[in-house]
Design a protein. Structure first.
Length: 416
């Protein structure tokens, strides 16, 4: 049952949804700044003496949401089961207002550790809406990720709630250690345990037919959610580099797949404008599910991500496992599984964070500005040398399989 304060927050959400989209984000931030600390203060705290080895875990996460946190929850469950750990999955997607694809039936919780598969602020909402008993009197782990070196102020609501933190990259661990005084372990997302469908000539042809490009055309691809910030994912830089690399060449195509545009209409319109101005070689599509994503991996020659920062980079790992050459910014969490031999890493300078969406608004934080000329050169080289491109893709897949095959979560769970 939700707490009275959580119920009041539900009422506030009804009013929030009546606001025009341009006012929702600032109103939501102001409301959360007041209510989340109050919610957190009423939650059970992590009790001393409970950080004990376990062979069972209840994962509390966004299992139904088409978000990175949802994928991470499924991967963690898969990894633990593969190691013989008893796993229960509790889906809280709907209760925290996350987008939902297909609702996951909740399993009965077990007596093992509780793993919060969502960041501290979201976890506070989930626990306040009936999930608090799932952590009471247990070893509690927060599987948390952040995309900057400096932690956000709203993570403070997680202090005292967990015995330890798991995070998917050494980069993300920097923020976690700065924000909390509990042990922090790097537990990579085991993307190789659920790799993309291996592309075949047939799936490649079908994917290309779907986006209307010829068999011999060159296709670069990027996929992201606007909830992750247009500025951080940086598709506008990919558009500029692509146009400077290939001009109006009718056999060169950049496909950008976007989700959650309805929640961020201003950012969506900015992206649409950039695509229109770039001309017919750049295509913007709305995300339409997992099968479509697999078809686009099969259809493309290169996956490109000129991100300013990544906490991990699940799409990058997936593209490597799909045996696609990857162009990516050479900074942040993706460097845990990418190097200059397995991918085309773009050098970058570090600049102050400036995010018009204010998804990232940490004072003094920095992120990357990938080098434009180096990106143009990489695009041209990978297009001109298909054999080198294929060899890079093979090396990338081998590296991702070697580094992202799982095992770390079970070891951490069972550790004394």
């Amino acid at each position: 049952m939700a707490s009275p304060l959580a119920s009041a927050l539900d009422g506030a959400r009804v009013l929030y949804r009546l606001l025009p989209m341009s006012l929702r984000l600032p109103a939501g931030r102001a409301m959360r700044a007041v209510l989340e600390p109050a919610l957190a203060a009423r939650l059970p705290k992590a009790q001393t003496g409970l950080r004990l080895p376990a062979n069972a875990a209840t994962l509390i996460g966004l299992f139904s949401a088409p978000l990175g946190h949802g994928t991470a929850a499924h991967l963690c469950a898969l990894e633990l089961r593969a190691a013989g750990v008893e796993v229960s999955e509790i889906d809280v997607s709907a209760s925290v207002g996350a987008p939902v694809e297909t609702m996951t039936a909740n399993a009965k919780s077990n007596d093992g550790a509780a793993v919060l598969m969502m960041n501290p602020d979201t976890a506070v909402h989930a626990l306040s809406r009936g999930a608090a008993d799932l952590v009471r009197g247990r070893r509690v782990i927060g599987y948390w990720v952040w995309e900057l070196e400096a932690p956000p102020s709203h993570w403070r609501v997680g202090r005292g709630l967990v015995h330890e933190i798991w995070t998917p990259s050494a980069f993300s661990a920097v923020a976690a250690r700065a924000a909390f005084d509990v042990p922090v372990s790097v537990i990579p997302h085991p993307a190789a345990l659920r790799p993309p469908v291996t592309p075949t000539p047939e799936s490649r042809a079908a994917g290309r037919k779907r986006i209307g490009v010829g068999a011999g055309d060159f296709v670069a691809f990027q996929s992201f959610s606007l909830a992750s910030s247009l500025e951080r994912k940086n598709p506008l830089a990919a558009i500029r580099a692509f146009r400077d690399a290939f001009g109006a060449d009718p056999k060169a195509h950049l496909v950008i797949r976007m989700s959650q545009g309805d929640r961020y209409p201003q950012a969506r319109e900015k992206l649409r404008t950039a695509v229109r101005e770039a001309g017919p070689g750049v295509t913007l599509i709305e995300a339409a599910g997992y099968d479509e994503l697999m078809a686009l991996y099969a259809a493309c020659d290169v996956y490109i991500s000129l991100h300013r920062s990544e906490g991990f980079g699940l799409n990058l790992a997936e593209a490597m496992l799909a045996e696609r050459a990857v162009i990516a910014t050479g900074w942040s969490g993706n460097l845990d599984f990418m190097d200059g031999d397995s991918s085309a890493l773009i050098p970058a300078k570090l600049v102050p964070v400036r995010d018009p969406q204010r998804v990232y608004s940490v004072a003094g934080a920095r992120w990357a500005e990938p080098d434009h000329d180096a990106t143009v050169e990489s695009l041209r080289l990978l297009r001109a040398n298909p054999d080198s491109r294929a060899a890079m893709a093979t090396r990338g897949a081998e590296r991702a399989r070697a580094l992202l095959g799982g095992g770390a979560a079970a070891r951490a769970l069972r550790a004394p």
